[in-house]
Design a protein. Sequence first.
Length: 310
Amino acid sequence: MKTFEQLRIVFFGTPDFAVASLRALKDAGANIVAVVTAPDKPAGRGMHMQGSAVKQYAVAEGLPVLQPVSMKAPEFIEQLRALNADLQIVVAFRMMPQAVWDMPPMGTVNVHGSLLPQYRGAAPINHAIMNGDKVSGVTTFRLKHEIDTGNILLQKEVSILPEDNMGTLYEKLMLAGAELLVTTVKRLAAGDITEIPQSDVPESELRHAPKIFKEHTLIDWTRPAKDIHNMIRGLSPYPAAYTMLKDRSVKIFVAEALTEAHNATPGTYDTDHSTYLRFAAADGWIYVKELQQEGKKKMGIVEFLRGFRG
């Protein structure tokens, strides 16, 4: 049996969430024989070709990088096979065919930003906050055919504080996931993990985390103020919840909810033109603290109201 340092590991990942795990493995002394990431794509004002966050880190550290357009391409499969990996790690990467994830003798391990089996899907961090959860976490598990359903290896809980939004929870889970991954690989090398099949939780008790599209970010002001506040938190800073104000869309990044009876029509707004802008919800008000009107920069409410005529 190989030690942690002897295991030949291929790492798959793309965004900065994955960089934390790759860095943690490398700092711990793992033998990363290659990094697989997305092809370069145009980015920035000049739309110059730019590598992913994972590629930039890998290149800086002198790690070999593969960027297949197709995961099923025969030439990529052969490149991967030639690496003779013992284990593959996947963090924030696209779907992989079985020919890839089933290749190494120790299989492929994924890091997911939830306590599986809850929040299977592409956006677990957003949905946990949007649903008003108080606890989230990270899970390491083995890949299999059905998405996010493989045997659980290890889990770690992370508290969701009232002031957390998607951005802050993302950072906490990113670091927790990196730490948990290193522990997982070390214990796999030592043969010290008992895999746990994901329990057959009734569908009615499962919360899912599907990808979020623009149509999911429009605020429904007929909902309770607390739910709207959680939605704003769960979508901030990206992709951001939005509403319409004077026929222009406005993204809301920070807000406060106040539950109180009123006679205002949900969705109508009220302002003193200097310190507050609030929207009526079903059972109270949402006070906007930070926003960005279409075509303008992000700003605090006082700065925004200086130029607002409503």
